[in-house]
Design a protein around this ligand. Structure first.
Ligand SMILES: [Zn+2]
Ligand SMILES: [Zn+2]
Length: 295
């Protein structure tokens, strides 16, 4: 006996998937990506297999229960037909009553996931835990795409800053700098996670030295010395914001070669600083993305 059971997408059009290898959950909108994708990539572990192997345990349970419901319902119906009352005139007569309900259907609902992504390579719409992952249709990793999307947000925040009043404006610019650094750090860590368990990009100079030494990669390739030093200085400013309430310390003055006279003052961060930083980090990110292979 064979049944075909419809697995319907959730109200946003996503269908749940579960990787047969790592058993992690994600969702995709069928038909939004590659035209005839018969294979699916796990966004988390990049296991590749036929779509038919990616049903979730709940979906399989549901399909099985729909089939059992149908079989048990049919069986009950045909048994009902055999019901009869005992014949009072007979010497021995046995009545038959059929009781019971078809087995219940195990309904399920898809889970809500954190990150909605539209693949910039094949346009598949998918949602995953966390932010970083491989596209389930084309397998391209989204680290650079997520970085770009977050940088766009930073630029929008800076646009807002322009029309805000002075206090809010300063705060928005500071936040934009902090977001730029943490976004870049997230991207770098993620992209290099096959090489290093933990490579922090918050200290971008030491990350640069490490990649130069271990991988022979100059992540500042394409930037002049001044441009790189500018990048490094903005990262130092972020450090002050995060750990020193934005007050310039000796270390900052020494590392950035600034005059001692600024020690003890509040660091200045302009909207232009952050915009230039974003532009330069795009170059640095491209160097990392195209020279370090994911494993
Ligand atoms: Zn997996
Ligand atoms: Zn894709």
């Amino acid at each position: 006996m064979e049944f075909s059971v419809d697995i319907k997408p959730d109200e946003d059009g996503y269908t749940g998937r579960e990787c047969p290898a790592c058993e992690k959950y994600f969702k995709i909108k069928f038909g939004t990506g590659l035209p005839n994708a018969t294979e699916c990539h796990c966004p988390y572990c990049n296991h590749i297999g036929p779509q038919s192997e990616f049903w979730t345990k709940q979906q399989i349970e549901y399909a099985r229960s729909v089939a059992l419901h149908k079989i048990s319902g049919d069986l009950l119906k045909s048994m009902k037909k055999m019901e009869r009352k005992p014949d009072r005139n007979a010497v021995l007569s046995i009545g038959i009553t059929v009781k019971g309900k078809p087995t219940p259907i195990a309904y399920y609902s898809e889970k809500e996931l954190e990150e909605k992504v539209t693949c910039s390579n094949c346009t598949l719409e998918y949602t995953i835990y966390g932010a970083f992952g491989y596209c389930p249709d084309c397998g391209v990793h989204n680290s650079q795409q997520i970085l770009t999307a977050n940088f766009d947000l930073v630029l929008k925040m800076l646009d807002l800053a322009v029309s805000a009043d002075e206090n809010v404006r300063a705060k928005l610019v500071e936040n934009a700098l902090e977001d730029t650094v943490s976004t870049f750090d997230g991207f770098g860590r993620e992209h290099c996670s096959g090489l290093y368990q933990k490579l922090s990009f918050q200290n971008i100079e030491s990350a640069k030295d490490k990649l130069q030494r271990d991988q022979g990669l100059d992540i500042s390739d394409g930037l002049s010395n001044d441009e790189w030093n500018f990048v490094s200085e903005q990262f130092q400013k972020r450090h002050l914001l995060a750990h020193k309430m934005g007050i310039v310390d000796e270390e900052f003055a020494r590392k950035t070669g600034s005059s001692q006279s600024i020690v003890g003052r509040k660091v200045t961060i302009t909207e232009d600083n952050v915009r230039s930083l974003v532009n330069r980090l795009i170059v640095v990110a491209q160097n990392i993305f195209s020279n370090i292979a994911r494993s």
